[in-house]
Design a protein around this ligand. Structure first.
Ligand SMILES: [Fe+2]
Ligand SMILES: [Fe+2]
Length: 167
């Protein structure tokens, strides 16, 4: 049986994942303003992945006979950005999500909720990947230091990213 506290935290995480999707959608729009279609694609793929994350939490709550409580999704804080500042925001956000997943896992453990603890393993690994892939683009952007040719090459690379089928 799932504790009410764990159930509440899982519901909050659904909101966090939907907010993440929303934030990436805002980043895609900003990348479009910058004339970087590959970046738009990358953020749209990220958007789709975050929706899938929300869905995983949603399905898990229901699978454990819990109750879904949806709440309002906040407005993403994305203003005038550069390619680099977009990715720096993305990384900071992923680091924040990683902390939330860790806290959720701590809570599950403190409640002896092994099912939730095991369920969250996937997200622990996913966050390592999310941070690494974001950091990799930041490194590339720093390397080209705003050089249009370099930016064009990175944009072409990011254009190739596709939504991976759910594992
Ligand atoms: Fe996520
Ligand atoms: Fe993410």
């Amino acid at each position: 049986m799932q504790s009410k506290q764990v159930e509440k935290a899982l519901n909050e995480q659904i909101n966090e994942e939907l907010y993440s999707a929303y934030a990436y959608l805002a980043m895609a729009a900003e990348a479009d303003k910058l004339g970087l279609p590959g970046f738009v694609n990358w953020f749209k793929v990220q958007y789709a992945e975050e929706l899938a994350h929300a869905d995983r939490f949603f399905n898990f709550v229901l699978e454990r006979d819990g109750t879904i409580e949806l709440s309002a999704i906040g407005r993403p804080e994305i203003g005038e950005e550069t390619a680099l500042s977009l990715f720096e925001k993305a990384l900071a956000h992923e680091q924040h999500i990683t902390q939330l997943i860790f806290r959720l896992k701590d809570l599950a453990r403190s409640e002896s909720d092994h099912a939730t603890d095991v369920f969250l393993e996937w997200f622990v690994k996913e966050q390592v990947e999310e941070e690494a892939s974001t950091r990799a683009v930041i490194d590339q952007l720093k390397m080209v230091a705003g050089d249009p040719n370099g930016l064009f090459m990175i944009d072409r690379e990011l254009a190739a990213r596709k939504v991976e089928p759910a594992a």
